[in-house]
Design a protein. Structure first.
Lengths: 130, 135
């Protein structure tokens, strides 16, 4: 089955991104396809490479980056939600005149159209949120 | 993309206090460009999103409630509102904005977009969808 995943809550405050991660891993292990993971609302904060969680805790962003690398996952951060919350890639930083970018490897910033397209193309769209 | 799917946007939160309602509306407006069969559902505190007379000036927040009246222009014409959620909050249809759309199949007659359904009816609406996005 082809899954599309929505993550709509931020890391650590909510378990949503952990549950999504576990689901995606399990689905891939069962031979399913995960066409895209779309990060929306505070979920976009999963994609910052500047988070430094305690060493004895899970490293949520690094987990996603590693999983994306292993399975060639498409991790998409919503641009509108990201701009509000200070998530920028170099392109956006240049365009908005900001002095830094903070997107982690394996993530890309794109529009809400990617969420709708995912819903159209996938057999199931599953939201992990509150 | 010729495939048309039934999309339902489920709104469960009050319009202010959190950003869910506002960012849900942003998805609906962008999604309209994809020519899908779109419905919206309002339940729990989500029914407050449609109330008339919203004034956010003192709170310093953007009042996005007029956008609901423009949804018809985006061919979003089915706004399902759960009766029990209204009842539990002391609201009636009269407390909600008068949201209409022009029916192009009926000489552009103005028709109400809001459809009040029971909780059981809302379950049927949800079961009928291909994609349910919950906010």
């Amino acid at each position: 089955m082809k899954f599309g995943i929505v993550v709509s809550e931020g890391p650590y405050t909510h378990q949503a991104s952990d549950s999504a991660y576990n689901f995606v891993k399990a689905a891939l292990a069962k031979g399913h396809e995960v066409a895209r993971v779309f990060f929306y609302h505070d979920g976009v904060n999963v994609g910052t490479r500047l988070s430094v969680p305690p060493q004895d805790d899970r490293q949520i962003q690094e987990q996603w980056t590693a999983l994306a690398k292993e399975h060639d996952l498409d991790l998409v951060i919503c641009i509108a939600a990201a701009q509000r919350r200070g998530l920028l890639d170099q392109n956006e930083a240049d365009r908005q005149g900001k002095d830094a970018n903070n997107i982690a490897e394996g993530f890309r910033i794109s529009g809400l159209g990617q969420l709708i397209e995912m819903g159209i193309q996938c057999d199931r769209t599953i939201t992990f949120g509150d | 993309m010729s495939e048309v799917k039934k999309f339902l946007y489920v709104n469960r939160k009050a319009p202010y206090g959190t950003i869910y309602a506002q960012e849900s509306l942003e998805v609906v407006l962008i999604g309209a460009a994809f020519d899908q069969d779109v419905s919206m559902a309002f339940l729990d505190d989500g029914v407050f999103q449609l109330t008339k007379g919203q004034d956010t000036k003192e709170a310093g927040l953007k009042n996005f409630s007029p956008t609901f009246r423009a949804l018809g222009d985006y061919e979003v014409t089915k706004l399902y509102v759960e009766q029990e959620s209204l009842d539990e909050r002391g609201l009636t249809l009269d407390d909600l904005q008068d949201i209409q759309y022009e029916d192009e199949d009926d000489d552009y007659a103005e028709k109400p977009s809001i459809i009040v359904v029971s909780r059981a009816g809302m379950a049927d609406v949800m079961a009928d969808q291909d994609v349910v996005l919950s906010f």
